[in-house]
Write a protein that binds this ligand. Structure first.
Ligand code: N01
Length: 541
């Protein structure tokens, strides 16, 4: 039961969980089985994490609902009814709330509470957590479940505060919604959030101006209502589908090509690409042949195919040209799944501003000033992204052994062992941290795997009377090298993506997720645990 102490006395527990999104909720569920004392804190006023905050119009998942859901409870997966192939944000948030209620998780969570500092006390081998309201915590273990895309990036444009119209961020959308009827709206940013919100805003607004710096590759989602017979059949074989997802590289069931794109006849290749375009699965094209993400020539074939589709859909050739991504490999920036994105630019109430030709000079009281003109607006939507993966961790202000700051240790990029822990910061676990598959996988598959591993680890430590666990420096170095080597063997590092930290000025350019595959990664984690936590130092006081 969640309790808080009176006054400033820290609450003493075995474990503190930070975050009550999908990672935090499942961690709570597992911790309760272990019989450890614990509590969770969440900065929002309710559960759901990314799905609590990102309520912009058109927000939905781009992994199919039947796969983007927990597998840990058979009754839950049988009884929960998804209504669409790709669930909307409100439906996913209802699901998170349902899980919290069904398993009675809410009573372990202190809401509206942000962790402001975490300090390791070497003498006591415990963490002290400070919060922005109420007492802090004195705990043996900290488990961060803060997500990878939860620290919005400032827009880095002059004059944001001068604007007298409505300023909105996709990552912090008002709960009551926004009515754009009769309004002149500007959207800055064309990543997943922009690509999803632009078609919906265009339908409501009097006029929409899209400010695009880098065009993205986007595929039609082919979203539709789920057929009850299909769902019933799928659920009859749920265990098999879950197993297939675990065995897949991305934790998403997808048919992977076994040939090189360069070795097949152009007609057969075109057919394969067309089939992917029609399937509405974002990983389909990159998995269509073995070398799409490793050979520039193979990659260009896909990129040309998508560019040809843009040319087919968008009527105005110069707008189509502006929407075509150039200069970076297909898939190296996160591919989007859309519902009518390119078509939206055929509407008479939508304009595209190519910021490569006409950069934003500043935001004024009445709109956006580019290098060429003033564009008057009633509302500006910032779909400008996140300080991804490390941002949510670094803002916890973590101090490890000897007071070492995590930002200092990670000054040249994140360093972890298996993405689970970092040397010098004992008993601190990270769910879907840098160096794990995280954002290049089905997040829920990766979350379940990490939570299960951490729960098993905590049980083993208790049974063996171990007080501290942290990676051995050499094992960590080796893992970081491995993560870098795997990325270097692909085309991913060749784009200025948030995977690389390239969207945040001054952030080190390192490919942060592990690209070795969730299947291979899971086996590695299992082997490490079975081999007496190989590469970790287990300490007793
Ligand atoms: O953020 P982004 P996002 N001036 O970083 C532009 C997940 N997600 O919130 O590319 C002008 O992708 C920036 O331009 P550039 C998903 O993993 C999932 O859209 O830096 N433009 C870019 O166009 C996704 O990848 C779902 O040149 C500026 C855009 O803003 C991740 O979250 C839905 C700018 C930011 O795109 C992040 O997506 C939504 C500036 N100063 C999100 N600063 C689904 O499940 C930035 N930009 C479907």
């Amino acid at each position: 039961m969640m309790t808080t102490n009176a006054g400033d006395e820290p609450v003493r527990r075995d474990v503190l969980v930070i975050g009550a999104g999908f990672g935090g909720l499942y961690m709570i569920y597992r911790l309760r089985e272990l019989g450890l004392t614990f509590e969770a804190v969440e900065m929002a006023s309710d559960v759901g994490g990314t799905w609590y905050w990102n309520r912009y119009p058109g927000a939905r998942c781009d992994v199919v609902s039947l796969e983007y859901s927990y597998s840990f409870d058979e009754a839950l997966q049988q009884e929960w009814e998804w209504t669409e192939r790709y669930a909307t944000q409100p439906e996913i948030l209802r699901y998170a709330n349902h899980v919290a209620d069904r398993f009675d998780l809410r009573r372990h969570i202190r809401f509206n509470t942000r962790v402001t500092k975490l300090e390791w006390d070497d003498d006591r081998s415990r963490w002290r957590a400070h919060t922005d309201s109420g007492p802090g915590y004195d705990v043996k273990y900290v488990i961060t479940a803060v997500g990878c895309l939860s620290a919005p990036k400032p827009p880095e444009i002059d004059g944001v505060d001068d604007f007298r119209g409505t300023t909105l961020f996709t990552s912090m959308w008002p709960h009551e919604g926004v009515d754009f009827t009769g309004k002149r709206v500007g959207v800055i940013g064309t990543g997943s959030s922009g690509v999803q919100s632009i078609p919906v805003i265009a339908q409501q607004a009097e006029h929409l101006t899209v400010f695009q710096r880098t065009p993205v590759f986007s595929l039609p989602a082919r979203n539709a209502a789920l057929d009850p017979d299909y769902v019933a059949e799928y659920k009859r074989h749920y265990a098999e589908y879950r197993r297939k997802a675990l065995e897949a590289r991305t934790g998403i069931i997808i048919e992977r090509g076994l040939e090189s794109a360069l070795e097949v006849a152009p007609e057969a290749r075109r057919e394969r690409f067309e089939s992917c375009w029609n399937q509405g699965l974002f990983a389909c094209l990159s998995a269509s042949y073995t070398d799409i993400m490793t050979d520039e020539r193979a990659n260009t074939l896909v990129a040309d195919f998508v560019r040809s589709k843009i040319a087919e859909i968008v009527h105005n050739p110069s707008v189509a040209e502006d929407l075509m991504p150039q200069g970076y490999p297909y898939g190296a920036k996160r591919v989007c799944l859309d519902s009518g994105y390119y078509d939206t630019f055929n509407r008479t109430n939508v304009d595209l501003v190519n910021l490569r030709r006409e950069p934003i000079a500043r935001i004024t009281e009445t709109g956006i000033r580019t290098s060429e003109r003033d564009i008057p607006l009633d509302a500006i939507v910032f779909a400008t992204g996140f300080d991804a993966i490390t941002g949510p961790l670094l803002r916890l202000n973590i101090r490890g052994r000897g007071g070492l700051a995590l930002e200092e240790k990670w000054a040249a990029g994140p360093r972890t062992y298996l993405g689970l822990q970092t040397n010098g910061f004992p008993n601190l676990f990270t769910i879907t941290g840098p160096g794990s598959p995280s954002v290049v996988s089905n997040m829920i598959v990766s979350i379940e795997q990490h939570v299960d591993w951490i729960a098993r680890c905590l049980r083993d430590l208790r049974n063996r009377g171990v007080d501290t666990i942290e990676p051995d420096a050499a094992a960590e170095d080796k893992w970081v090298q491995h993560v870098n080597d795997v990325a270097a063997g692909t085309l991913y590092p060749r784009a200025n993506s948030w995977f690389m930290g390239a969207n945040v000025p001054g952030k080190p350019r390192v490919f942060m997720p592990y690209l070795g595959g969730v299947n291979v990664y899971r086996e590695t984690c299992e082997e490490v645990a079975a081999d007496n936590y190989r590469g970790f130092v287990l300490g007793t006081r």
